[in-house]
Design a protein around this ligand. Structure first.
Ligand code: MN
Length: 503
């Protein structure tokens, strides 16, 4: 995972009305503005100033170039002067990259003492960007509008969040996710329309037999298993029985062989994520708990029980979160603490929680597992640390997709959980326990989620807007009556939107 080869292209709108000297100044100022944004370090992608656009031909040519470019993951538009918007129609219609409309101006302050008509001619974003915005709305363009002087931290942060979403969106295009085995039988929410997903989101999900992975496990050398076991023992607090010479060390070797085999399969097929199911483990000695945990920590998307939507969303969130503090994991709302004074959710899974969210050094342990009918699996056990976080869910409603976010506050578990042999997180939901859970259930949110500290509701909102899908949020402002009405209204809007030319 890297933002290394990703760029944002910066287009400045203008026209020939003001003479060549003015256009020269527009280009100089645009370059300075872009340099200021790049120097801020608040935007993780490099912004490249492309051109001052003054004719329909130039706009169209550059939009086609941006659409075809493999390095351009988004376009930032700004009008230094007025730029008549009819000349943008053809270009914008052919632009396939996410768009951010930056409504700023070169100067922060009005030069009260010296302002004259030359200054007025040159600095017209206040109305030039409204002409542009009118056309964007009339074309029903999905875009992000950011308002503020380009030197402001808040402006730069908004661009930064959007650019992370744009990068993850680019990462999804052509991404491959492997569904190893099929779905957990009879489960509804982990199913979905993979054809619709590829059409809408640009990633492919295909099924693979467990034997395809077992073949890679068999090719793993003993020396490689030895080396990895050694490095795991150093990395995690390992129980003595799993250590070299311990009576269950062979189980660790089996777990490591699984991990190396799955990694080989994923890298051979150029996959960005995978799903497993405990109902199809033929040829696996144990359920791949440790393997899933460690592969997630490397940036792979993962979904248990065949959940390819959560797998894809996890990959997107991990991609967005690069370089930010705090981890991101596959998660499941497992069980509740229903004390009315302080109700809590205990999030976990039977094994597969990403150690990137661990508050301390994870412990490597082995315990029996009631399902799957295999040998006891090795797993990493830890508590997730305190902090603001989100749970996000991508659901297939049959005719369309919905993204759903609940903002939560993760806390240190109020008491130790000495008998619980799996990784866990304990959180309070916003705005409160009953409203959040009611809203989640009314919205049809899954029991599997992506849990993340660094990714915020705004990242998910920007990402959903790029995809052109519904996004509903459950946060400290959520009122249940309004929320239900939003769902009803959205149902109509997203049904009609394709006819409005929006999607
Ligand atoms: Mn599950």
């Amino acid at each position: 995972m890297s933002f290394e080869n990703m760029e944002l292209w910066f287009f400045t709108g203008s026209q020939h009305l003001y003479g060549p000297e003015a256009l020269k100044q527009v280009a100089i100022n645009s370059n300075e503005l872009v340099k200021g944004l790049n120097d801020s370090k608040r935007i993780p992608l490099r912004i490249v100033f492309k051109q001052v656009l003054t004719t329909p031909e130039e706009v169209r040519k550059l939009c086609l170039e941006a659409s075809a470019s493999s390095s351009c993951v988004g376009v930032i538009l700004w009008n230094h002067t007025f730029s008549p918007a009819k000349m943008w129609i053809l270009g914008l219609r052919s632009l396939t990259k996410p768009v951010l409309h930056l409504h700023t101006q070169y100067n922060r302050d009005l030069p009260w003492d010296t302002i004259d008509m030359d200054f007025m001619n040159l600095n017209q974003a206040a109305h030039g960007d409204r002409e542009a915005g009118h056309m964007h709305t009339r074309l029903r363009m999905n875009r992000k509008v950011v308002v503020g002087h380009w030197s402001e931290k808040q402006t730069q942060d908004q661009i930064g969040i959007w650019s992370r979403a744009a990068a993850a969106w680019a990462d999804w295009q052509g991404a491959r996710f492997a569904r190893i085995g099929d779905n957990m039988r009879y489960v509804a929410v982990t199913e979905g329309d993979k054809v619709a997903a590829e059409t809408k989101f640009g990633f492919e999900v295909n099924g693979y037999g467990i034997g395809d992975v077992v073949r890679f496990c068999q090719q793993v050398s003993d020396a490689e298993v030895d080396r990895t076991c050694q490095s795991l023992q150093e990395q995690y607090a390992t129980v003595p029985e799993l250590k070299k010479g311990g009576k269950r060390h062979e189980s660790l070797r089996d777990a490591v062989r699984l991990e190396l085999g799955i990694r080989g399969f994923l890298s051979d097929g150029n996959f960005k994520g995978f799903t497993t199911t405990f109902e199809d483990l033929h040829g696996f000695k144990q359920l791949p708990g440790l393997a899933c945990q460690r592969l997630m920590a490397e940036g792979y998307g993962f979904g248990a029980e065949g959940d390819w939507k959560t797998c894809a969303l996890l990959r997107a969130c991990k991609f967005m979160a690069q370089g930010l503090k705090g981890g991101t994991s596959f998660m499941e709302d497992y069980t509740y603490h229903m004390d009315p004074k302080r109700p809590l959710v205990l999030g976990s899974h039977m094994l597969e929680i990403c150690p990137s969210i661990a508050s301390g050094k994870p412990k490597m342990e082995i315990h029996p597992l009631g399902i799957g009918g295999k040998d006891d699996p090795v797993r990493l056990v830890f508590d997730a640390g305190p902090g603001e976080a989100i749970n996000a869910s991508l659901v297939d409603l049959g005719n369309r997709f919905r993204l759903l976010v609940n903002e939560v506050t993760c806390i240190k578990p109020p008491k130790p959980l000495p008998k619980l042999p799996v990784a866990r997180a304990v959180w309070e939901t916003k705005p409160d326990f009953k409203t959040a859970l009611s809203a989640w259930i009314y919205a049809g949110g899954a029991h599997h989620t992506v849990f993340s500290y660094p990714i915020t509701t705004q990242h998910i909102q920007d990402f959903a807007d790029m995809a052109g899908i519904e996004m509903v949020r459950i946060d400290d402002r959520t009122d249940l009556v309004d929320f239900q009405q939003t769902l009803r209204t959205n149902e109509i809007y997203y049904h009609l939107a394709p006819g409005l030319g929006r999607i």
